[in-house]
Design a binder for this molecule. Structure first.
Ligand code: C2E
Ligand code: MG
Ligand code: MG
Length: 704
């Protein structure tokens, strides 16, 4: 390989940067750290290639152009968190001490930082190393290496992440899925106060690019292999559970799609489901919560628990959490990062913790990297923590040592006791969504400001009321039936659109999500409800529906609404009658007096038809000057009487046109009926009525 150019990246298009610049930067960083050698490697086809090197090449067995398997490298382990970026003494670290490359290349101390291209692809690594251990290496040294790696990354351009993998990559990913060639490592979850390990999270490690698990799953999904891969991982994790300490739970990540596909009842036959926690990330949209609930409910009934992962990282919302009703809420590491020095993050974490407490979920802080973050996490009332500061992901069998404990932490309330002790309003004061804690008898125990202003009640008024009292009577039975389903264990939560009666009496349409919270497994405690005002949507929908069914000139039903009524009546099997009503000499009014007068006439005829028919009858403008009356009267005598009433309405008084002249008009009316059991369809009935109208016109010898 010519060394005047550096090739980086594991995509087909391999970008280039000047070697001289890279070598200069490596020289700076090597001297700054006082180590023997620095190099820039690139990753492709599962191999690490040393592209540029600075320093005493003979000190370690590393040389330009040298290739080694990535799966056996430090790099991959730094990237996936098994190894820290700074290793002052490789002999003192269990993983590096056991890796063959440590003795083969003579590495005593190491610092490595991945190089990310402009589009975020991991394209290589800046590594600095020496033969001797260097106990003084610290965070400051890491910062310098990071700066150099960042600088090199800005010079590298690759297709964006998630872009099509190369043919080689596709082959490698297929092989991983087919051969189940992945490893599962475990990262402990700790009680922040005592440092005790309470659970472990299973994380997958892959032997080929892209090594980062989330990127690997994305690529597998592009090949349609994600569910197969995840199912194989579930099998592997479950098979490892018996080898893990009996007093810790085992948490594993799963996408909603895989959760629906995994044959849970078979797989859980051999283990106690109470040891398993499924983590469903906030990032993945759940298309159908009902379907997911149906699949997971039998496992949850046997003790399996759920966690919502990465809460606060993205768009996801309290409603995602409410829908899943998890036992754990994991706060994303982007919120935990620098939480000890960032007030906004601290407030957000506290709000999430409070919310989780309200729904009876235990909270886990993810990605705790420093003692300061651990202290802040505990002070924010978060009882559980996970992160490199406490323990890195490691293969099972390594044992999980107790972690450091938080200093000066408040006693951390765990779950539902928060309901009584912490004001609900505090956590949700700024939520734009209405929320309430409702007792099992329907009494409002807590309400937030958004809900109270939506319904116009004061806190005190609402506190003395039940939801039954402010539910529209037409929606109450359905709501109570769903509550009962929850209380009898048939469901854990429900959603419905319902109407509330506001303090001033007006109706507010809301989308309600209610989740039943348990104090203990068998003792329901209260409901947590999320209530979103959808009145505007409802009004808009109603207006659109009205417009779609209304004739714009006469404001009565249009032909489409008339057809709808006929189809409903036809489907009900009850029978119906129709009357075609045609305005005689309408054309001459139009010709003589203009269209404006014609329109006026149509509006007046529609009004008189409405005045003649019964409340349950429908008058539709069928087209032009033709109207259709649809009635539930089916006998000829009744239809004839209706036709007479219509005629009488028309004859009652002349119609005054806009120019002030009076005109008398007549309708020709033909009717027909569909009687139960006569087997006649809508078209046949309409044809008969049309024919009857034609006959009527002829027999009256009126000119057409
Ligand atoms: P996650 O479930 O949120 O896992 C936590 C991630 O944070 C892990 O990354 C873990 O190694 C990393 N981490 C833990 N502590 C720290 C810390 O203190 N600092 C930093 N910077 N990172 C920390 P990992 O293993 O790379 O996994 C990334 C994501 O890939 C996971 O995020 C999860 O969503 C997904 N994933 C990993 N393994 C699996 C799997 O077997 N199945 C599924 N469906 N997804 C998986
Ligand atoms: Mg997770
Ligand atoms: Mg997470």
């Amino acid at each position: 390989m010519p060394l005047d150019q550096v090739n980086l990246g594991f995509t087909a298009e391999r970008p280039e940067i000047p070697v001289d610049l890279a070598r200069t930067l490596l020289g700076v960083v090597r001297q700054r750290l006082g180590l023997d050698i620095a190099w820039l490697s690139s990753f492709h086809d599962g191999m690490q290639v040393i592209e540029v090197l600075d320093g005493a090449a003979d000190a370690l067995d590393v040389s330009p152009g040298q290739r080694s398997r990535l799966s056996e490298s430090y790099c991959v382990r730094v990237i996936d968190g098994r190894l820290p970026a700074v290793i002052p003494d490789t002999a003192a670290n269990q993983i590096t001490a056991a890796l063959p490359i440590t003795s083969v290349a003579n590495i005593g101390a190491y610092v490595g930082v991945p190089v990310l291209s402009q589009s975020g692809a991991m394209v290589g690594m800046v590594c600095v190393a020496s033969q001797q251990a260097k106990p003084y290496l610290a965070d400051d040294d890491l910062r310098v290496v990071k700066q150099v790696a960042d600088l090199i990354g800005t010079l590298v351009d690759t297709p964006p992440r998630g872009a099509d993998p190369t043919a080689e990559q596709r082959k490698a990913i297929r092989r991983v899925v087919c051969d189940h060639d992945f490893e599962v490592v475990f990262q402990a979850l700790y009680d922040a106060e005592t440092g005790r390990v309470v659970g472990v999270e299973a994380l997958s490690r892959f032997p080929c690019e892209p090594f980062q698990p989330d990127a690997f799953f994305t690529q597998a999904a592009l090949l349609g292999l994600d569910v197969e891969l995840e199912t194989a991982i579930v099998r592997r994790v479950l098979s490892l559970i018996p080898q893990l300490p009996a007093d810790v739970f085992v948490s594993m990540n799963i996408s909603p799609a895989a959760a629906l596909a995994v044959p849970w009842s078979d797989l859980l036959a051999q283990i106690d489901p109470a040891r398993l926690v499924l983590e469903i990330t906030e990032h993945d949209a759940v298309p159908d919560y009902g379907a997911l609930d149906e699949v997971l409910e039998p496992c949850r009934a046997r003790g399996m628990r759920l966690a919502v992962d990465d809460v606060g990282a993205g768009f996801a919302s309290f409603s995602h959490v409410l829908e899943l009703a998890p036992e754990f809420v994991k706060i994303d590491q982007s919120i935990i990062r620098h939480i000890d020095v960032d007030d906004a993050r601290r407030r957000l974490a506290r709000a999430i913790a409070e919310f989780a407490g309200q729904i009876g979920a235990a909270v886990v802080a993810e990605g705790v990297e420093t003692q300061g973050e651990l202290d802040a996490v505990a002070a924010a009332g978060i009882p559980l923590a996970q992160g490199y500061h406490l323990g890195r992901p490691q293969p099972h069998g390594h044992g999980f040592a107790p972690g450091p404990t938080a200093v000066g932490a408040e006693p951390t309330p765990t779950t539902v006791d928060l309901l009584g002790e912490r004001p609900f309003e505090l956590a949700l004061a700024h939520s734009p969504i209405g929320m309430a804690v409702v007792g099992l008898d329907g009494t409002f125990l807590r309400t937030n400001r958004a809900l109270r202003s939506m319904l116009g009640y004061s806190r005190r008024t609402l506190a003395g009321m039940t939801f039954q009292e402010i539910t529209h009577p037409d929606d109450l039975d359905k709501d109570l039936a769903l509550v009962n389903d929850c209380l009898t264990g048939r469901r854990r939560s429900y959603r419905m659109d319902k109407r509330y009666i506001a303090a001033d009496g007006h109706v507010v349409w809301c989308a309600l999500t209610a989740v039943l919270v348990h104090a203990t497994r068998d003792r329901p405690l209260c409901f947590v409800s999320q209530i979103v005002d959808v009145t505007a949507d409802r009004l808009r929908e109603a207006e659109l529906a009205r417009r779609a069914a209304t004739d714009p000139l006469t404001a009565i039903a249009n032909r489409s609404a008339g057809w709808g009524r006929l189809e409903d009546l036809d489907a009900s099997g009850a029978g119906y009658g129709v009357l075609f009503c045609d305005i005689e000499r309408f054309k001459s009014v139009n010709d003589r007096c203009g269209h404006h007068a014609g329109d006026h006439l149509l509006v007046e005829v529609a009004a008189r038809l409405l005045a003649a028919v019964d409340d349950d009858d429908l008058v539709a403008r069928w087209g032009g000057d033709e109207f259709l009356v649809i009635t539930d009267t089916v006998d000829d005598a009744g239809l004839a009487r209706l036709a007479e009433r219509i005629t009488a309405q028309l004859e009652r008084a002349p119609i005054t046109l806009p120019d002030g002249t009076d005109t008398r008009i007549a309708l020709t009316i033909g009717y027909a009926a569909h009687r139960p059991g006569d087997g006649r369809g809508i078209d046949a009935v309409l044809d008969d009525a049309d024919q009857a109208m034609y006959d009527q016109r002829r027999s009256a010898s009126l000119p057409t």
